[in-house]
Design a protein around this ligand. Structure first.
Ligand SMILES: Nc1ncnc2c1ncn2[C@@H]1O[C@H](COP(=O)(O)OP(=O)(O)O)[C@@H](O)[C@H]1O
Ligand SMILES: [Mg+2]
Length: 393
């Protein structure tokens, strides 16, 4: 049998069932219902139908738990995300939704929405350290924070970046936090940075203030209810609703938050190797709708998803990303994502761009209905109709 996945030859025959091509269409089923193994510890996400056959996504049987959804506005990406999130939740897997538009929440699922808006109670502190996370020293946290600010305010000059770095370093020192791990349980409040910048008469610092004012005004990194990684990993769907924030703060917030998640999982160590259950394999599914805000090329290799997407698998993360164009994703991300779903294109230009990658035909992409898509695993493709949440029991 010809391998269906690149580099996955050994696994393929167990996971994919191929039926004889019908009407010149080659069809692949991730799993046909009647052939599903009767095992409770594997994830089986019901997606929808291909003709009258049920199609499931079984991330534990693939190379990784990553999934990319492409399609024009109104194609059904967000609805597909709601379906996947509720299925994962039902099966007991924690989900984090990063929601730039504020429309990802699913009804009737176990969801905890944290609306991030001006002065909202929910917060996290990007400068907080933890003695458990040895690699995140005050210097590393400072560099990361400045990187993230720079990615999101790319016109920030080198002097302003250096200035910010020095301010954060001094603030750690002032708070008694040094390279000694014993001091890392002390917290550097973001307010300290704000006060320092606001009260400075230095010209560079004053120009820096113009960039950071939104962060201060929205009180992004302070509040009364901390969004802790621990509670996210405990279960349910944590829904970060970033809709109320201005564009530049949305991506900054998501960028810093995902870094925090990454470091926390890194501290938990890699998932075990060998024959493991899906519960051991997947600690968290992270879903980002409109992911282009986090992967766009202008952010280069430093953008959080560009930087960590390929490594997230070994720390137990399945990444589900939706965007309009395949070109929003770097080649590295694309080659590390096991499953892609290409939904309806909005116009010819979009169809042309997406078809360059998917090769199913521009017309085919334009003619798809809402909720329909071409599911692609390796070289195999199947046309699929996602069953929306309102048609599920
Ligand atoms: N699986 C589906 N089956 C039927 N209709 C759907 C499906 N998914 C989406 N739709 C319809 O398409 C509209 C747009 O869906 P949405 O998920 O918001 O698209 P996108 O996120 O791609 O812009 C929905 O309001 C719904 O009416
Ligand atoms: Mg949408």
């Amino acid at each position: 049998m010809q391998p269906l996945f690149y580099g996955l030859e050994g696994v393929v025959e167990e996971t994919l069932k191929v039926t004889a091509p019908k009407e010149s269409e080659k069809r692949v089923h991730i799993t046909i219902e009647s052939e599903k193994p009767d095992k409770k510890d594997t994830i089986e996400v019901f997606l929808g139908y291909s003709d009258d056959e049920k199609i499931f996504w079984e991330p534990g049987k693939l190379n990784n738990g990553h999934f990319i959804i492409i399609g024009g506005s109104g194609a059904g990406k967000t609805e597909t995300i709601r379906c996947i999130a509720s299925e994962l939740d039902k099966q007991g897997y924690p989900v984090l939704m990063v929601d730039f538009h504020g429309d990802m929440a699913c009804e009737g699922c176990n969801i905890r929405t944290c609306e991030i808006k001006e002065g909202s109670k929910y917060y996290f502190n990007p400068l907080e350290l933890d003695p458990k996370f040895e690699e995140i020293t005050p210097l590393k946290a400072t560099a990361d924070f400045v990187d993230s600010i720079f990615i999101n305010f790319p016109t920030l000059g080198i002097q302003q970046r250096n200035d910010l770095k020095e301010i954060v370093k001094r603030a750690y020192k002032k708070a008694g936090i040094t390279s000694d791990k014993e001091t890392w349980s002390r917290e550097l409040k973001f307010k300290e940075i704000e006060d320092e910048i606001k009260s400075s008469e230095d010209k560079t610092t004053q120009s820096l203030k113009a960039y950071l004012n939104d962060i201060f005004d929205y009180e992004l990194f302070s509040g009364s209810e901390k969004i802790s990684v621990g509670s996210i990993l405990e279960g349910g769907i944590t829904h970060l609703n970033l809709r109320p924030l201005p564009e530049s703060l949305k991506s900054l917030y998501a960028d810093l938050f995902l870094r925090k998640i990454y470091y926390s999982l890194q501290a938990l160590g890699e998932i075990p190797r060998g024959n493991i259950t899906d519960k051991e394999r997947f600690r968290l599914f992270v879903i980002v709708d409109e992911a282009k805000l986090l992967v766009s090329e202008k952010q280069g290799y430093k953008a959080v998803l560009n930087k960590y997407a390929t490594e997230l698998r070994k720390f137990g993360v399945g990444l589900i990303l939706a965007s309009q164009l395949i070109s929003h994703f770097t080649d590295e991300i694309l080659s590390n994502v096991a499953v892609k779903l290409c939904m309806k294109a909005e116009n010819k230009e979009q169809a042309r761009k997406n078809d360059k990658f998917f090769g199913v035909g521009e017309k085919e992409l334009l003619n798809l209905k809402q909720g329909e898509g071409i599911l692609i695993i390796g070289e195999e493709k199947v046309k699929l109709r996602i069953i929306p949440t309102w048609e599920r029991i």
